[in-house]
Design a protein around this ligand. Structure first.
Ligand code: HBI
Ligand code: FE
Length: 289
């Protein structure tokens, strides 16, 4: 997950001006590679029938099932051939403008560390498992790859409108926590879900959360939780829908409109919502949220 907790102003020692660092693949220990393998085995056993077809294809095309933390020299050769994207190592969270500039130029920044055994199911900052296992397979899909570029360019523009918070919700409810309606059922394409064992079950099977047909303006009005399962998920009908709505929408008037509209709570439903599932919110109510 990507909590916007502590972002420094300037790159730390050893990092480039664009916040990247050498991956230094050789420095990962046997224990760190074993942690990747453990997480990979747990997720890949559960994801067939849950993850989007595009994600499963990405795992295959990029040969992510090879043991150990991927070496970006090899991974980037495959990813570059598929969609022109590359993965670069960063120490952790990077400033928004730096992040958007990387995306706009087909570079995905990945945290250059892996969680420890006591962080198996939750950690604050995105590590290499979340960033590479969660995000990179979808970047091998040509349409999704273009969506991420469009998002990066839109992100840079949003800063000029003071609209970062609204645009960040789009990232959250698509790239991180998105669901997609396939002909053979509901599937996950969001990296925040796909890199989490428990949320990969919750997001599809639990009666608690709302599952709402994706609507751009609606999503940009909706609050989200960074520290627990989502109370609502938004469902796209295809990756083309996501790319096209992003390319065809003029965001400037939308941002102006957003200033006049109230925000929506994460669990709230609106009369115009197209519902795939009306959630009971039992999970959130039980947890006292
Ligand atoms: N930095 N490394 C990293 N990863 C992110 O996902 C990230 C970031 N910085 C900012 C950021 N995300 C947000 O601006 C987006 O979630 C919108
Ligand atoms: Fe992420």
């Amino acid at each position: 997950m990507d909590p916007i907790s502590h972002v420094y102003e300037t790159p730390p020692a050893g990092a480039q001006a664009d916040w990247t660092v050498p991956q230094n693949w050789e420095k990962f220990s046997a224990d760190e590679h074993a942690m990747w393998d453990r997480l990979f085995a747990r997720q890949s056993a559960m994801l067939p029938g849950r993850a989007a077809d595009a994600f499963m294809r990405g795992i295959d095309v990029l040969k992510l099932s090879r043991p150990g933390i991927p070496d970006y020299r090899e991974l980037n050769a495959r990813l570059m051939a598929a969609t022109g994207w590359q993965i670069l190592a960063v120490p952790g969270l990077v400033p928004d403008d730096v992040f958007f500039d990387h995306l706009a130029n087909r570079r995905f920044p990945a945290g250059n560390f892996i969680r420890t055994p006591d962080q198996l199911d939750y950690l604050q900052e995105p590590d290499v498992f979340h960033d590479v296992f969660g995000h990179v397979p979808m970047l091998a899909d040509p349409v999704f790859a273009d969506y991420m570029v469009a998002y990066g360019k839109g992100g840079l523009r949003s800063l000029g409108y003071g609209a970062l918070d609204h645009l960040a919700r789009l990232y959250w409810y698509t790239v991180e926590f998105g669901l997609i309606q396939q002909a053979d059922g509901l599937r996950i394409y969001g990296a925040g879900i796909l890199s989490s064992y428990a949320e990969s079950i919750f997001a599809l099977d639990d009666p608690s959360p709302n599952r709402i047909a994706f609507d751009l303006l609606r999503v940009m009005r909706t609050h989200y939780r960074i520290d627990d399962f989502q109370q609502s998920y938004f469902v796209i009908s295809s990756i083309d829908q996501l790319l096209n709505v992003t390319l065809e929408t003029d965001f400037a008037p939308l941002y102006a409109q957003l200033e006049t509209l109230p925000d929506i709570n994460a669990s709230e439903l609106l009369p115009n919502d197209v519902l795939i599932t009306r959630g009971t919110q039992a999970y959130a109510l039980e947890a006292g949220r």
